[in-house]
Design a protein around this ligand. Structure first.
Ligand SMILES: Cc1cc2nc3c(=O)[nH]c(=O)nc-3n(C[C@H](O)[C@H](O)[C@H](O)COP(=O)(O)OP(=O)(O)OC[C@H]3O[C@@H](n4cnc5c(N)ncnc54)[C@H](O)[C@@H]3O)c2cc1C
Length: 600
């Protein structure tokens, strides 16, 4: 089993960069102490080492598959994994005490999830889906709905899912057609099909609670006519028995990655007898579902960063064991071969991976911290944290997915030919990672969300808040002579974003079809800048510790590595932001909704 995460880095992010202690000072989290939570994180690592990581390869080699008769076969270890996660509080841990949770802040909960995701990417999705479905019920459901479903979901007995996608409605949820008809007893009869539903049917749970989007008969067209329903596979009766509901699993998609994580095709109401329970008010379903989708987007960002971290750790280990060739300056062929980690080009590949994985993880933690401030504070802090979180959500998902894929490809490259073989894990990391830029909104959809909605919401207030945060880091960096140059570089790149937005006319009702056509390029520019901010933030802390000789939390070489990786990121990665800006500022406009000539 290769190393798949860095506990030093996890501790550094939690303790020093994103200051978990400050979160524990909020009333909602005041029951926690650093010592306690770090023990929990270490226990999560032991759980992942024992029950998840050893099955990483097997769950890929023996993928989830349809049994031909409504069932999905999954790896036998999955039941143990889900039960262990539940028993240790890693399904309901983030929920409040009143709902049976541990009221953990997201910075803690998601550090444990990171460990699970990095250990075995085929299993964590099952419990994050359950956690998200339960959160949706506790936020918008009735007391009866909460009592009926949530305890069993948190106990790992019942699986929660999110059922949005239909064959004709993927990116565009406006087009969903699954229908709901009110019945005399206050429920609804549901008819329709959902595809690609993760965790929709498997052997490790007894019941499946599908949080489903559907249209009530006569509802307005478009997203304003979508409602949210709970559709259990087995209906829980008052006496505690379970009655089969008309929910049929018609298949399980076979995939290039995440092969232990089933992806089902569900049919509701084939026998005209599928019973659904409305959550909240009619026609508000998509707004409710956005809570789960936003959390899931951050979770996908975390997942991508975690798999990239696992691939980096595996390639780092290999380069420390594999001798090959000699340095260019060594002319004596009789000298023993050097380890490949000594070749500068291999170091460049490793540093790129480290910069991407650790940078992305830091941004995920920033989002978790904001989420904790949203849930644990009031007034301006709550409002501003939410705005900033909304702005960063498409970025954290997209940067981690897109650059994480690049990073895992570099991990294969680092191993040379062996990286391409099934003998080493990096090819699996690469395959597992690809889905992250597709589900929970593709990169194209996230980019449109960023440029078309997030940067302009509340007249650009979220962007201003981000600028304030970045400026704060720049001011801190300016107190160290060694970091001034990088603070200045970041300042220039932030100004370039404003220049691009002005040029595109985003705030002045410019040509929306034109500027959204380049939304992905803007996403790239913005991502480099945001990750550079995260790197400068990490470097400021590392540099201050180095200057003060403060090594009580980490070793001097750890902090030196942080400062060096920041410098590497600024020189080799952040420079791409200017290239994106050049493309965006060019007057010649090539991709165009009415211009398909280039494909003739
Ligand atoms: C393994 C897996 C697991 C999944 N799990 C779930 C789940 O648990 N629950 C669930 O509900 N769904 C799930 N999905 C569905 C997933 O969210 C969708 O596949 C995704 O949203 C994309 O929809 P689509 O596949 O229909 O692609 P399409 O929407 O057809 O997109 C195809 C391409 O067109 C682009 N495109 C589409 N519309 C636009 C536009 N307006 N502007 C610019 N570009 C556009 C996209 O970016 C993409 O590149 C899962 C999918 C997979 C593969």
């Amino acid at each position: 089993m290769s190393r798949y995460t860095s506990m030093e880095h996890n501790k550094f992010l939690l303790q020093e960069v994103h200051r978990a202690n400050e979160i524990f000072s909020l009333p909602r989290y005041a029951h926690l102490t650093w010592e306690e939570v770090w023990m929990m994180i270490e226990a999560a690592k032991l759980l992942a080492d024992r029950d998840m990581a050893p099955y990483f390869k097997e769950m890929d080699a023996q993928p989830a598959h349809y049994d031909g008769n409504g069932g999905v076969k999954t790896h036998t270890q999955l039941k143990t994994i889900i039960q262990q996660a539940a028993e240790n509080g890693w399904i309901g841990g983030g929920a409040s005490f009143e709902h049976g949770g541990m009221q953990l802040p997201m910075v803690i909960y998601n550090t444990a999830q990171h460990i699970f995701m990095a250990a075995n990417n085929s299993c964590q999705g099952y419990f994050s889906l359950s956690a998200g479905a339960a959160a949706l019920i506790t936020s918008f459901g009735t007391a009866e709905q909460i009592n009926t479903f949530v305890p069993n979901i948190f106990a790992g007995k019942w699986q929660g899912t999110m059922a949005l996608t239909e064959p004709q409605a993927g990116s565009s949820l406006t087009d969903i057609t699954t229908s709901a008809k009110a019945t005399a007893d206050g429920f609804y009869t549901i008819t329709g099909q959902k595809i690609f539903i993760s965790g929709g049917q498997h052997e490790a749970c007894d019941n499946f609670i599908h949080l489903t989007l559907a249209r009530i008969e006569g509802a307005p067209a478009g997203v304003k006519g979508i409602s949210l329903f709970i559709i259990p596979k087995f209906w829980p009766e008052q006496d505690g028995t379970l009655t089969p509901n008309d929910v049929f699993c018609a298949g399980d998609f076979q995939k290039m990655g995440q092969r232990g994580y089933c992806t089902t095709h569900l049919v509701f109401g084939d026998k005209a007898n599928c019973k659904g329970w409305l959550v909240g008010e009619p026609h508000k379903g998509l707004a409710y579902m956005f809570q789960m989708m936003n959390e899931a987007r951050i979770s996908v960002g975390l997942d991508a960063a975690s798999v990239a971290m696992a691939a980096y750790q595996a390639s780092l280990q290999y380069t420390n064991e594999r001798p090959q060739g000699r340095l260019a300056s060594e002319k004596d062929p009789l000298k023993p071969a050097t380890l490949i980690i000594n070749h500068p080009d291999v170091q460049r590949m490793l540093l790129t991976q480290k910069a991407i994985a650790e940078g992305a993880l830091s941004l995920v933690m920033e989002c978790n911290r904001l989420s904790d401030l949203v849930h644990g504070s009031e007034g301006e802090t709550k409002k501003n944290s939410l705005l900033l979180l909304e702005l960063l959500t498409p970025i954290v998902k997209t940067y981690s997915a897109e650059q994480g894929s690049r990073s895992a490809a570099l991990a294969i490259q680092t191993l040379g030919g062996y990286g391409f073989t099934m003998d080493f894990p990096v090819q699996q990391h690469y395959r597992d990672l690809k889905i992250m830029s597709l589900y929970e909104g593709t990169t194209g959809i996230q980019s449109i969300d960023l440029l078309g909605r997030k940067v302009i919401m509340e007249k650009g207030k979220a962007l201003l808040l981000l600028q304030e945060e970045i400026n704060h880091t720049i001011t801190e960096a300016n107190t160290s002579t060694d970091l001034k140059k990088y603070a200045h570089q970041l300042e220039i790149e932030v100004a370039r974003i404003q220049q691009v937005l002005t040029h595109l006319g985003v705030f002045t009702q410019g040509n929306i079809d034109r500027y959204l056509a380049d939304a992905s390029v803007f996403m790239e520019q913005m991502s480099y800048v945001v990750i550079a901010w995260q790197w400068l933030k990490q470097a400021v802390i590392a540099q201050h510790n180095l200057e003060a000789g403060n090594f009580k939390n980490q070793s001097p070489s750890f902090y030196e590595g942080k400062v060096l990786t920041m410098k590497f990121f600024f020189r080799y990665e952040l420079t791409h932001a200017a290239a994106c800006a050049e493309t965006l500022l060019d007057e010649e406009f090539l991709t165009n909704v009415s211009n398909k000539k280039m494909f003739d």
